[in-house]
Design a protein around this ligand. Structure first.
Ligand SMILES: NC(=O)c1ccc[n+]([C@@H]2O[C@H](COP(=O)([O-])OP(=O)(O)OC[C@H]3O[C@@H](n4cnc5c(N)ncnc54)[C@H](OP(=O)(O)O)[C@@H]3O)[C@@H](O)[C@H]2O)c1
Length: 293
């Protein structure tokens, strides 16, 4: 790997971003993280990770953080709002496109199936951000992962139950953040194969959503049930809660989607995911219940 490599990570402290930072750091890739909360980031990362206080929306801190980096890994938060002004994905991408040094390579998190979509703001934003990058940058890689396994206990679990809204009959090739992070690392280490390409990223096995929730709860011994509920139940809370509106949109979108396996190029050229959902769940087992976190 080129000795001048230095990766700026934006979105470093989140669910998947922190795994990316850790994986790059463990591979001895120099990492700088642009973070809003330095003490929080310092608790997460060793001293070898350079921290810069800033905000993806603040051009001054962004420009400072971009100085001297060879790569930027951009991991925008999920977009809850239709308001363009609040979209980290859209605004953050525009600012990066504007300020990225000519020699730097942008690796951008997108999402499987990103495309024009007037009824699901999040996936539409991702598509438009992809277009900005492809039309205006000279060196980039776009990663479109499917559902992260880590979403099961966080996004798909409410109190004592894991909930699947709608039929959600399509298979999902659940991907661990660890395998995702190893793919980001491969993009940095293998510029010849990753440059100016869009990769769909999926894990080693496919399960429909409800089967995945059941498997996770069984193997992680969470003691939680797994339920399928009608999508219509989200209609009322979605009227007054942005979070429920997002849940309704994402569940509606995935309910109508049939994921096909599209990751052969990523597996062959970048990284072959190995962590199965069952193995992930067993690792996730809470220590208080005798597990091996
Ligand atoms: N969940 C899935 O299964 C899945 C699958 C495919 C794609 N995705 C995509 O993954 C993304 C969400 O990933 P995640 O759940 O890992 O994210 P997350 O946990 O919500 O983390 C978001 C990160 O962005 C940072 N952040 C937010 N606003 C910022 C700002 N203005 N300036 C700088 N940093 C800011 C947060 O920092 P703080 O710590 O300061 O809040 C945090 O580090 C979405 O784009 C989603 O579409 C998710």
């Amino acid at each position: 790997m080129n000795a001048n490599v230095k990766v700026l990570v934006i979105g470093a402290t989140g669910m998947a971003g922190r795994v990316v930072v850790t994986q790059l750091d463990q591979a001895a890739v120099p990492v700088r993280a642009l973070v809003r909360d330095v003490p929080k980031a310092r608790r997460l990362f060793p001293a070898s990770v350079e921290l810069r206080q800033g905000d993806a929306f603040d051009e001054a801190t962004l420009q400072k953080a971009l100085e001297g980096v060879s790569h930027v890994y951009f991991h925008p938060a999920a977009t809850l709002s239709r308001s363009e002004a609040r979209s980290m994905d859209r605004v953050g991408t525009r600012l990066l496109v504007k300020h990225l040094p000519a020699t730097a390579h942008l690796i951008k998190l997108s999402e499987i199936g990103a495309g024009p979509n007037p009824s699901f703001h999040d996936i539409d934003c991702k598509y438009r951000s992809e277009l900005d990058i492809r039309e205006r940058l000279t060196s980039w890689t776009i990663l479109r992962p499917t559902w992260f396994m880590e979403s099961i206990p966080f996004l798909l679990t409410m109190g004592p139950v894991s909930v699947c809204f709608g039929g959600q009959p399509g298979p999902i090739w659940w991907l661990s953040c660890q395998d995702y992070a190893l793919t980001v690392l491969a993009c940095v280490q293998k510029p010849a194969v990753s440059q100016n390409r869009v990769f769909t990223l999926q894990g080693p096995e496919a399960y429909p959503m409800l089967d995945a929730l059941r498997l996770f709860n069984r193997e992680a011994r969470t003691g939680k049930g797994s339920l399928r509920l009608p999508l219509g139940l989200l209609t009322l809370p979605a009227r007054w809660s942005e979070q429920f509106r997002f849940n309704q949109q994402i569940m509606h979108y995935y309910n109508g989607r049939r994921e096909t396996f599209e990751s052969e190029p990523a597996h062959r050229l970048l990284h072959q995911p190995a962590l199965t959902l069952a193995a992930f769940a067993r690792r996730f087992h809470p220590p208080a219940r005798g597990g091996t976190l």
